[in-house]
Design a protein around this ligand. Structure first.
Ligand code: SF4
Length: 287
């Protein structure tokens, strides 16, 4: 049985960078506390916890011995200041793609302009962005919400990094229709999610079974599964190699593997190894 990996899979740039920064800090010793779960993968969180990384929910929970970590989603400037006061050190692992949105919003607000962000207002990334321009920023889930906004002053339209392109385009069009001045439209969607979906789609037509490795609550992993199922009915979402049922692979010659943006390489390697072992066992059984 051939095991084929999608061309793009696993950790995105921002998550890999955040984990690397935490590993570096661990090698220097001390207490490391992440404000919110560093990564949406329970196996990777357990691995980091075993090395001494704990999670806090408020800046005040950090103390003078703590190195506090701002995760890839970023935080408001206010929360960053609170962390800087309470913790001994702060590691800012905000993904640079998110930092860009924060700075665009901040600059537009300083120019007296309104900022419309296409995204989910409850998402931590959006809460952080709004903190950079609290009186001028409106987060809208979709184009239908634009009509309810007040009159807009020379608007800037940007996006949450992980939303669908179509949603962003529709919001931008709605702002254009509503605003007297031509809005400035900057697409700040990160390509990591789309690249993983495109690669999974390309491979799913060539295999008879497909394994997506990722958390069951990870929305990008669940979306990857849906993409794989479009062309490969036998597609499964698994968190660890133990969940593979060899019976599902009876008669399968080619199996595809991909992983969500929060899935570490060591989990992917374990799955590939198990699939190869199952393939070898099936080969021996028929020969
Ligand atoms: S999905 Fe994109 S924006 Fe979000 S952390 Fe990963 S690389 Fe950064």
């Amino acid at each position: 049985m051939e095991v084929l990996l999608a061309e793009e899979y696993g950790f995105c740039f921002g998550v890999e960078r955040a984990v690397d920064m935490v590993e570096d800090a661990l090698s220097q010793g001390g207490t490391i506390r992440s404000l919110g779960a560093l990564i949406h993968n329970s196996q990777e969180m357990q691995r980091l916890e075993a090395k001494g990384v704990t999670t806090i929910s408020e800046p005040a929970e950090a103390d003078g011995d703590t190195t506090a970590v701002i995760r890839a989603h970023g935080v408001t400037p206010q929360v960053q200041r609170e962390l800087e006061v309470s913790a001994a050190h702060v590691i800012d692992a905000t993904c640079p793609f998110v930092t860009r949105v924060q700075h665009l919003a901040e600059r537009a607000a300083a120019e007296g302009r309104d900022v419309i962000v296409a995204g989910n207002p409850d998402h931590p990334e959006m809460i952080g962005v709004v903190g950079y321009a609290p009186s001028n920023t409106y987060v809208v889930r979709d184009a239908s919400e634009v009509a309810g906004l007040p009159a807009l002053r020379r608007p800037l339209v940007v996006s949450q990094t992980t939303i669908k392109l179509q949603t962003f385009q529709e919001v931008a069009e709605a702002v254009r229709a509503k605003s007297e001045a031509e809005p400035q439209i900057i697409n700040t969607i990160c390509s990591a999610t789309r690249d993983r979906q495109d690669a999974a789609r390309a491979l799913s037509g060539q295999v008879e079974a497909f394994y997506v490795i990722g958390g069951r609550h990870s929305s990008n992993s669940v979306k990857l599964l849906a993409v794989c199922k479009e062309q490969c009915e036998k597609s499964f979402l698994i968190e660890t190699a133990d969940e593979i049922n060899p019976d599902d692979l009876a008669g399968v010659n080619r199996v595809g593997v991909t992983a969500g943006a929060s899935t570490p390489n060591w989990l992917i390697e374990q799955v590939v190894e198990r699939l190869r072992a199952i393939g070898d066992a099936q080969q021996q059984a028929v020969s």
